[in-house]
Design a protein around this ligand. Structure first.
Ligand code: ADP
Ligand code: MG
Length: 338
């Protein structure tokens, strides 16, 4: 590693903290966790690669936040409560200001959700961050992708599309006024995992998924796992982009945001880290109560149907012919959405 500081000093300085709930944290060959009686351990990993998932010059505290947030989002989708995480880090060099910022953003989010850093690995190499999170959920109560039933309502939390809007702006494909770019950029670089909502939906939602690759693609995972289809009302999804986009329309005199672009961002934008979930119509009041208890807005956007496939309808109930592709790391740019 770099001059002055060694690997173990680096781990000690930036990534070692007093253990709280874990039985053993950083410093031995393994960490030890003790899940409470009757709880299942929920485990998920996500890797962030420079140039692929983030711009290499992104503010390090934002990157630290995001690296953990995308993992916590998976726990949220399962209805799990966070316990601990490990951090595998490849760094091109030891850059202390960068490490300080990265650890600050990472550990602030970890503290906010009571999720302890209990171990990891540190090596030299192209910047790459892999986190594994551990959470707990009462046995048998995890929210899965596979239990959506025909007749269930389909919901999504929060806003969709702003992260994509920010990405397009940062790539120079779109002009956004500075303060609105900053707001959208927050959504891209510092997503808020919907943990409280996920836990509040245990016993209510019939299925759930977090939206990382775009609403339609991720909802498609629920439909496939559950062996069902769906109808989505695109008038309701249009409204999910944060109002900053609409304000942008009003203020970018002469060049309003194309509604087609808004649809593209909300339906297939990606990097939203909201929850999409289904619930029986008899549980509408329970869903509203879960949303309120977790202070998380939710919007009903469609209906699960027995007929396989995803059908988009417009405000008049007419089929939308345009197709929207969600993000797929290995798909060619021209490949058709499923
Ligand atoms: P080993 O050689 O047994 O794999 P290491 O020497 O890589 O262990 O790491 C020493 C200790 O530091 C271990 O407890 C490991 O979990 C922890 N550790 C290494 N890198 C990190 C990191 N980036 N964040 C947190 N803990 C880390
Ligand atoms: Mg070892």
């Amino acid at each position: 590693m770099g001059e002055g500081m060694g690997e173990f000093e680096l781990i000690a300085r930036y990534f070692t903290r007093p253990v709280r709930r874990a039985a053993l944290g950083v410093g031995d060959d393994c960490a030890l966790l003790l899940p409470a009686a009757g709880m299942q351990l929920a485990v998920s990993s996500d890797m962030l690669v420079a140039g692929r998932h983030f711009f290499a010059d992104v503010a390090p505290h934002r990157l630290g936040h995001k690296a953990l947030a995308v993992n916590l989002s998976d726990l949220a989708a399962c209805g799990a409560r966070p316990l601990a995480f490990t951090l595998a880090l490849a760094l091109p060099r030891i850059d202390e200001p960068w490490l300080e910022g990265f650890a600050r953003g990472l550990l602030a989010l970890a503290d906010a959700h009571g999720c302890e850093l209990v171990g990891g690995d540190t090596t030299q190499g192209p910047l790459n961050i892999c986190i594994t999170v551990f959470g707990e959920v009462p046995a048998g109560q995890a929210l899965l992708r596979s239990n959506a039933r025909p007749g269930d309502d389909i919901y999504v939390s929060g806003n969709l599309g702003d992260a994509r809007l920010a990405l397009l702006a940062l790539q120079g494909q779109l002009a956004l006024p500075a303060e609105r770019l900053e707001r959208a950029r927050q959504r891209l670089e510092q997503p808020a995992p919907r943990l409280a909502l996920g836990q509040a939906l245990r016993g209510i939602a019939s299925s759930a998924v977090d939206i990382s690759d775009g609403l339609l693609g991720d909802l498609g995972h629920i439909l496939q796992a559950s062996g069902v289809g769906a109808r989505i009302d695109t008038r309701s999804t249009m409204g999910l982009i944060a109002e900053s986009a609409y304000e942008t329309c009003a203020t970018c005199a002469g060049s309003p945001l194309d509604p087609e672009l808004i649809q593209q961002c909300t339906l297939a934008g990606g990097d939203d880290y909201e929850l999409a979930f289904t619930a029986a119509p008899a549980l509408r009041a329970a869903v509203a109560a879960a949303a309120q208890a977790s202070a998380t807005p939710v919007t009903r956007i469609g209906l699960v149907q027995a007929r396989p496939g995803l059908r988009l309808v417009d405000a008049q109930g007419q089929p939308v012919r345009q197709r929207y592709a969600s993000f797929d790391h290995f798909a060619s740019p021209a490949s058709a959405p499923s």
